[in-house]
Design a protein. Structure first.
Length: 126
């Protein structure tokens, strides 16, 4: 019988780590729209249609003017981390101004959920 060498243990640790890291996103995530480790072709989150609406002092913010189209695309998928970063950037660009975020998402089953509805500049950094 051959002895197990340290290389075998190292390989086993690497493989186990690669299998366990994605579980973090399924067990301890706060953003249901974040599917970085999902099998996207089977995920119903891919079909979610969200409409983010930022307002600055009760006036709509044109997202295509303020942000790159890649950010706008991720925001339209309802990615909370992206929306929070967009809000933080607007708060930094327009200090002492109320920046409100309203997010409406339509899911594949026809249900509609709304998120936000408050001054995002008043939220402490996470």
């Amino acid at each position: 019988m051959t002895k197990l060498r340290w290389q075998h243990y190292l390989i086993a640790i690497v493989v186990a780590t690669q299998m366990l890291i994605p579980l973090h996103y399924y067990l301890a995530r706060r953003d249901p729209h974040d599917e970085r480790f999902a099998w996207r072709m089977f995920s119903p989150m891919r079909m979610v249609q969200c409409r983010p609406q930022f307002t600055k002092a009760d006036r709509p913010v044109v997202l295509g003017v303020e942000f790159h189209e890649a950010w706008v695309e991720l925001a339209s998928r309802g990615r909370f981390a992206v929306l929070e970063a967009m809000g933080a950037r607007l708060c930094q660009k327009y200090p002492n101004t109320e920046i409100r975020l309203d997010l409406t998402c339509k899911y594949i089953d026809g249900s509609i959920k709304q998120y936000g509805g408050y001054d995002i500049c008043q939220v402490p950094a996470l």
